[in-house]
Write a protein that binds this ligand. Structure first.
Ligand SMILES: Cc1cc2nc3c(=O)[nH]c(=O)nc-3n(C[C@H](O)[C@H](O)[C@H](O)COP(=O)(O)OP(=O)(O)OC[C@H]3O[C@@H](n4cnc5c(N)ncnc54)[C@H](O)[C@@H]3O)c2cc1C
Length: 309
């Protein structure tokens, strides 16, 4: 199908984009990579009056490490993140998860800001943000807001971003020292959205898990953490029994969707298994990736790629 008619604007600065969004409000739609928006337009599920194409705002594309955070400009292509040695070193969980987003063609165009702003309930990047307790930077007429992930994702395909606001940056905190991470998912075919996905992050201390974090995708209206399982794991040795119990505790409160792809019961079962496996993988990696944490932060603001490059 073809999209409905719309006006097209290609602002060259954030200020210009904001002026357009202020003028058109909910009648405007931001276009980043177009990998979600264009199908929605073609299916006529959205009918904006104007498309605000932000692709010429080069300064929104960057990868930068500042202190204990990886800052990703909203327009940074997913493929750029995937191939970045900085990301692989600083936030291995993000590097691993992003390879599971669609196919290379999709990641060539798809942006980090677009994935976060679109907030698909089965997307990988929101779960990574949740596992790392990250933030999203949003600018609008009232200035800049830094929104923690818990307040950013407000429901199914909805976020705290207003119609006159733009996501400009996604901030991923670096994992703590002596930590390991893993992102596992089950999808019907390679490149499909996950039926269930799990991000796990564990911190190792004297043969025990000093702390663990778990975030799900595909089993709720947005990314979900597993607080009961996380509390259970803290301070425990990761024996097979402990990991299995963590899987049970993490899956128990889930109320996953039921659709043509899988039943809710199947998704819950898979969630428990993935938690167990992701924790085991993360634990193993915590022994071999001791330097992936915050202890080796290079100089503040070190940038791998110049803004707009
Ligand atoms: C076949 C296929 C398979 C896919 N598989 C996966 C998958 O497995 N996992 C996954 O996570 N994703 C998947 N995707 C989606 C892909 O990751 C998209 O790239 C992503 O969801 C949206 O990013 P985008 O840059 O393309 O945004 P767009 O499509 O341009 O925009 C998406 C939405 O976000 C808004 N938006 C975009 N940028 C901003 C901004 N800076 N500020 C405010 N609002 C903004 C737009 O207005 C729109 O509403 C798939 C897509 C396709 C076509």
């Amino acid at each position: 199908m073809k999209p409905p008619p719309f006006r097209y604007a290609a602002p060259r600065s954030v200020a210009e984009a904001l002026a357009l969004l202020a003028e058109y409000g909910p009648e405007a739609k931001v276009l980043a990579g177009g990998q979600s928006l264009v199908p929605l337009l073609n299916m006529r599920l959205v009918r904006p009056e104007v498309i605000v194409d932000i692709n010429r705002i080069g300064r929104l594309a960057y990868l930068r490490r500042r202190g204990d955070r990886l800052l990703v400009g909203a327009l940074t292509r997913q493929r750029e993140v995937e191939g970045s040695p900085l990301v692989a070193r600083a936030v291995p969980l993000l590097a691993e998860a992003i390879r599971l987003v669609g196919h290379p063609q999709i990641r060539n165009r798809g942006t980090v800001g677009g994935s976060i702003a679109h907030a698909d309930p089965a997307a990988e990047l929101p779960a990574v943000l949740a596992a790392l307790d990250g933030d999203v930077v949003v600018v609008g007429p009232a200035g800049t807001r830094v929104i923690g992930w818990t307040h950013f994702f407000t429901g199914y395909l909805t976020t705290a971003v207003g119609p006159d606001e733009l996501v400009t940056e996604v901030r991923f905190p670096l994992p703590p020292p002596r930590s390991g991470s893993a992102f596992l998912e089950v999808a019907r075919r390679h490149g499909d959205f996950a039926l269930v996905g799990v991000a796990a992050l564990v911190q190792r201390e004297d043969g025990r898990m000093a702390a663990a974090r778990l975030a799900f995708t595909g089993v709720g209206p947005g990314p979900l953490r597993a607080p009961e399982a996380e509390a259970f794991l803290a301070g425990r040795e990761p024996t097979p029994e402990v990991l299995a119990e963590a899987g049970r505790l993490a899956a128990a409160p889930l109320e996953p969707p039921e659709d043509i792809h899988a039943t809710a019961a199947y998704r819950k079962e898979v969630a428990a298994v993935l938690v167990r496996r992701a924790l085991a993988a993360a634990w193993e990696r915590s022994a071999t990736r001791p330097r992936a944490g915050r202890s080796r932060a290079p100089r503040a603001g070190a940038s791998e790629r110049a803004p707009g490059g």
